[in-house]
Design a binder for this molecule. Structure first.
Ligand SMILES: COc1cccc(Nc2ncc(-c3ccc(C(=O)NCC(=O)Nc4ccccc4)cc3)c(OCC3CCNCC3)n2)c1
Length: 335
């Protein structure tokens, strides 16, 4: 199927993922030749004026963190939303763990610190993820982690403390209070999922797993899981701190940032700060764009600095990415 809205802008290639409402296609941004992931949603499937999509898109526009997949462009037509996102060429963390069976404590620490900084940043800007699982954690070409929210979960408007009723996310990683349908604090739900995630990284299998949902729920509500012999005392402790059934007993994200397991090996505490400057102005990229369009770079910046998430935004952000990796800035003329 050819999408007219993408013609002359992107060369759409294979499908790399399909979810409930959406499918994701690998594509090439024609002006820069960079790979992107385009999440295509059929409006008729989503119905009711798509408020959750609009909420997610507003969230994504606010988010700029080196461990969260970047939004490049949004195209809306009568029947579709096209969400152009950063493409992670390393695939899913899940496949990476499966292939390595389990990670050493050192490797798990490096990965987990990256996920923790992404979640801490999200909470700091007032969003809760609520669907943290290996399928939603991707790897870029340098094995840096990139958090995504493939499942399209709504984000709380009222920031962290608002009690959220809507339950979403896969039960395997879902906190006890979430599956009990109780009122819950979003941030605490993410900590439970982080605990399940770290357990999976260190053990190569899940703490609560079952062939049927009933027993899975019972196990999660019991909070009982096995501790394999190879787990160090510190690993057991941080997992225990996160997999507390009672949210009030559960460690907070802020406490996790400087947990002894996190800083082991003389590592600094994890920070929620992003390495990306918000709406960063980069003169090297502006000069390259100015030359290409034969316009003053200041005038280019006037357009870019509106952050309309149109093709210009995508081009600027893709070139900014290349510039930060020390790669040459190229603008293809065959567009
Ligand atoms: C090399 O082989 C491979 C193999 C597999 C993948 C790749 N690469 C690759 N890169 C990029 C994507 C992608 C990025 C963002 C979104 C998204 O929906 N963002 C929205 C979003 O992140 N909201 C949000 C985030 C944080 C807070 C609030 C809101 C969706 C998809 C991808 O997808 C494929 C799926 C497949 C099923 N499992 C999940 C990934 N795949 C490459």
């Amino acid at each position: 199927v050819k999408y007219n809205a993408l013609k002359y802008l992107y060369d759409v290639e294979k499908t790399i993922g399909t979810g409930g409402f959406a499918k994701v296609k690998l594509a090439t941004h024609l002006l820069t030749g960079e790979k992107v992931a385009i999440k295509i949603m059929n409006k008729s499937l989503i119905g009711d004026g798509c408020p959750r999509i609009k909420m997610e898109l507003e969230a994504l526009k606010d988010i700029s963190h080196h461990h969260i997949c970047k939004l490049y462009q949004v195209i809306e037509t009568k029947e579709h939303f096209f969400i152009v996102m950063e493409y992670c060429s390393g695939g899913e963390l899940f496949d990476h763990i499966v292939e390595k069976n389990k990670l050493s404590e050192f490797e798990a620490r490096l990965f987990f610190r990256q996920i923790l900084s992404a979640v801490a940043y999200l909470h700091n800007v007032g969003y809760v993820h609520r669907d943290l699982k290996p399928e939603n954690i991707l790897l870029d070409r340098d094995l840096n982690l990139k958090l995504i929210d493939f499942g399209l979960c709504a984000k709380p408007v009222g920031g962290m403390s608002s009690h959220l009723q809507t339950s979403c996310g896969s039960p395997t990683y879902a906190a006890p209070e979430l599956i009990k349908g109780h009122q819950y604090i979003g941030g605490k739900v993410d900590v439970w999922s982080l605990g399940v995630l770290l357990y999976a990284l260190l053990c190569g299998f899940l703490p609560f797993d079952c062939d049927n949902i009933e027993n899975l729920y019972k196990k999660i509500l019991s909070g009982k899981y096995s501790e394999p012999s190879w787990l160090s005392e510190e690993s057991r402790k941080i997992i225990r701190d996160m997999l507390q059934v009672d949210p009030k007993e559960r460690i907070t994200v802020d406490e996790l940032l400087s947990h002894q397991w996190i800083t082991m090996g003389c590592l600094d505490p994890v920070t929620h700060n992003s390495l990306n400057l918000y709406h960063e102005k980069n003169n090297e990229v502006l000069n390259a764009l100015g030359k290409y369009h034969m316009i003053e770079s200041e005038e280019i910046w006037e357009r870019i600095n509106k952050w309309d998430y149109d093709y210009d935004t995508a081009t600027y952000l893709l070139l900014l990415n290349r510039c930060k990796q020390g790669l040459p800035l190229r603008l293809s003329t065959q567009s």
